[in-house]
Unconditional design. Structure first.
Length: 89
């Protein structure tokens, strides 16, 4: 029997918050959009990551473990036709 390494990829919801100053609701919305655009490009860890629900899972790769190392078997394998929305724990 062979051994395989399976890498699963999925999305988690993450949240950040920030403060903007504006003279009107409309200006606050525009300021929020501009600041959000900048925040999305930032590489820092968000203030909260929701780990209770994994979304849009895919098997990233399956590698066979051999005496000579790892051998790629397949990549990007969908394992369900719908988004995976199973609570963890």
């Amino acid at each position: 029997m062979s051994e395989y390494i399976v890498k699963l990829g999925f999305y988690l919801r993450a949240y950040d918050s920030f403060v903007v100053e504006a003279d009107s609701d409309a200006e606050a919305i525009e300021q929020a959009k501009a600041t959000a655009n900048t925040a999305m490009k930032f590489g820092a860890c968000p203030e909260h990551i929701e780990t209770s629900e994994r979304r849009q899972g895919i098997i990233v790769f399956i590698d066979r473990i051999t005496q000579d190392g790892r051998q790629a078997v397949i990549e990007d394998v969908p394992f369900t036709s719908e988004h995976v929305r199973t609570p963890i724990g």
